[in-house]
Design a protein around this ligand. Structure first.
Ligand code: HEC
Length: 125
């Protein structure tokens, strides 16, 4: 009886977490972002420190802004010494998932972008 209850729950968890969770995001980060932002995400002279996103935003993680940045929507809106972050076409492909942000906005986004967002959120200091 207990198995009958646990099985669908586990299936549900397994269905989302591996593709949109921080672990998946960390892999994508290493492949696509570490070259500029650094393996530790601390950035550099012309590259923002990604562990300080929450701190820079005054204490609460600005998820909508980060998602906009990652899907290229906010490209060029933040200038760090004139440097710009590239667009990542490949990250925008693949399965979509729906995200409900803290501000109540519901939007459909690629799973890879959602995973990266989850990873960035997990490394805030
Ligand atoms: C070619 C170097 C480069 C790569 C690769 C890169 N970035 Fe960036 N990133 C930048 C620069 C430069 C900025 C600052 C200018 C801007 O915001 O466009 C930035 C800004 C950002 C910001 C906004 C930070 C803030 O507080 O405003 C986020 C979030 C971010 N990057 C995440 C990522 C992620 C996630 C990846 C991998 C998918 C990535 N970056 C790959 C150079 C890069």
């Amino acid at each position: 009886m207990r198995y009958l209850i646990a099985a669908p729950l586990l299936a549900t968890l397994a269905g989302c977490a591996p593709f949109t969770g921080p672990e998946a995001g960390r892999t994508l980060y290493t492949q696509n972002c570490a070259s500029c932002h650094g393996a530790d995400a601390r950035g550099g002279a012309q590259i923002p420190d990604l562990t300080q996103i929450t701190a820079r935003a005054g204490g609460s993680y600005p998820q909508d802004r980060v998602l906009d940045k990652l899907d290229g929507y906010a490209r060029g809106q933040t200038a760090y010494a004139g440097a710009e972050m590239p667009n990542f076409g490949d990250l925008l492909t693949g399965r979509l998932t729906r995200v409900q942000s803290a501000t109540g906005l519901s939007r459909e986004m690629p799973e890879k972008i959602v995973a990266l967002d989850a990873y960035l959120r997990s490394i805030q200091r």
